[in-house]
Design a protein. Structure first.
Length: 83
């Protein structure tokens, strides 16, 4: 909220003069956000990788079943319409 008030107060200065200050504020905010970043442990990475691999195989199986069903329906429909 204080930034919003500060921005409205500085509207009297030309916008091109605000650019360096805005840039440095942006870099300060980026640095503060980077300090919040936590590197996951090896165990966390392994568990999430396992979940992703299992999910990929489940979806692959699901789409294979659905594709097979639609393939059979379309082939049956084509055979029925051509005879």
């Amino acid at each position: 909220m204080a930034k919003a008030i500060a921005v409205t107060e500085t509207q009297t200065t030309p916008q091109w003069r605000q650019q360096p200050e805005r840039f440095w504020n942006f870099l300060k905010e980026v640095r503060s956000e980077l300090h919040k970043v936590v590197t996951p442990s090896r165990k966390e990475v392994q568990s999430t990788t396992t979940v992703v691999i299992i999910t990929v195989f489940l979806f692959a199986g699901y789409f294979w079943v659905v594709d097979s069903i639609f393939n059979r329906i379309i082939q049956t429909l084509i055979a029925w319409l051509t005879h």
